[in-house]
Design a protein around this ligand. Structure first.
Ligand code: SOE
Length: 382
């Protein structure tokens, strides 16, 4: 069984460690932003190695797979160096800060023959897998349109701060890049097709925010108060609305916001077809709504016994035993590590560097559309 090491000690790092351990995969060590942070994290998570540098991690012959959970601005270089060192790579989204970097990573990944994945985990909710099966089987008939949103409230106040609000640290698109790309990846997965053109309207609700003088972790500002701060200019959007067109002409609309009070981490979609509609909400992930015009609507509660065979393989607990966010990472890593066991990339099983690149190209098209106030065709360069 392959052995993993982790880069990053923030919000998402422990999610990776927990999920890997649930699968029986050894996590050998961790690299933080300083030797001290590596040490603290290694102690907290009971890991054998606290690496002092990326060189040291990459030189560890016992490490087969590098999980990149560092802030966005490091992803490109760390992924590149991990590939050069002959490691497999599991990278948090976004894969890089721009499409030039992500295109290069796609090429390097292809040349390396290594298993390379990007963590678009929401595909791995069992009822999203179920929806994909039902759509592919034609249960909705011709699809008329797709609508949905991804909303959060952890950046609601101008006193809420995180490195993501600065373009040079998180990427030029923030709400779109941070949560919109999850929605776009998921819907493309459900529909089995890509978005080919976009028309966007973005808004920065807080042009300045108060940056605490100490470090801040994702979601953690909600728990902090009274610290010293500096007022900083914000160059990324809090809100965005995007009209979409899929490859077969199906229209869609996505709204994202990180300033919607009460929305903790709420991704919603509704797909309307000529025979039926389907809807799902990530804050109630074990429920899939099925809408009918000529009969009673249904609510499918996740239960392996009620799912199609393909979707059933993404759920481990009986109905009524809730599965959620941490389980999606377990399912994603199970897919990645099964490719490792088979000794080759298996692109149909998990989101690949190609998928990561596609999301960055989409972000760039959305930003261009907003700036130029018009529809933009999304380059299909892979
Ligand atoms: C922060 O907005 C964030 O942690 C995203 O970066 C994640 O990808 C998403 O899962 C939840 O929200």
């Amino acid at each position: 069984m392959a052995t993993a090491a982790l880069i990053g000690t923030g919000f998402i790092g422990p999610v990776h460690i927990e999920a890997l351990r649930r699968l029986g995969i050894t996590v050998r060590g961790v690299l933080g932003s300083s030797a001290e942070k590596s040490q603290l994290a290694a102690q907290r998570w009971h890991l054998e190695r606290a690496y002092r540098s990326l060189d040291e991690l990459l030189a560890d012959p016992q490490v087969d797979v590098v999980h990149i959970t560092s802030p966005n601005r490091f992803h490109y270089e760390q992924a590149l160096r991990a590939l050069q060192a002959g490691k497999h790579v599991v990278c948090e989204k976004p894969l890089a800060l721009n499409s030039q970097q992500s295109r290069e990573l796609v090429q390097r990944a292809r040349d390396s023959g290594k298993v390379c994945a990007v963590c678009y985990n929401i595909r791995f909710y069992p009822l999203c897998q179920e929806a994909r099966q039902r759509i592919a089987a034609g249960q909705l008939g011709r699809i008329f349109h797709v609508v949905g949103s991804y909303q959060q409230d952890w950046l609601l106040y101008p006193s809420d701060f995180n490195w993501r609000v600065l373009a040079q640290e998180g990427g030029a698109a923030r709400a779109i890049g941070d949560i919109g790309t999850h929605w776009l990846d998921l819907i493309s997965f459900l529909m089995g097709q890509t978005v080919v053109s976009v028309c966007a309207d973005l808004r920065t609700v807080w042009p300045t925010r108060r940056r605490p003088l100490g470090p801040t972790e994702t979601f953690a500002t909600k728990l902090q108060s009274g610290n010293a701060f500096a007022e900083v200019a914000v160059d990324t959007e809090d809100y965005g609305a995007v009209l979409l067109r899929f490859a077969d002409g199906t229209p869609g609309v996505m709204v994202v916001s990180q300033v919607t009070a009460g929305a903790k981490n709420r991704l919603r979609w509704e797909i309307a077809g000529e025979k039926a509609a389907l809807a799902w909400n990530s804050e109630r992930p074990d429920e899939l709504w099925l809408g009918y015009r000529d009969g009673p609507n249904q609510l499918l509660l996740r239960d392996p016994a009620l799912l199609t065979e393909a979707a059933r393989s993404y759920t481990d607990y009986p109905g009524g035993h809730a599965e959620g966010f941490p389980d999606t990472f377990k399912q994603l890593f199970r897919a990645v590590y099964s490719a490792l066991e088979q000794g080759r990339p298996l692109p149909g099983l998990y989101p690949t560097f190609e998928d990561g690149h596609r999301e960055i190209v989409l972000c760039e098209a959305i930003l261009a559309s907003h700036q130029q106030r018009r529809w933009i065709d999304v380059p299909q360069d892979l």
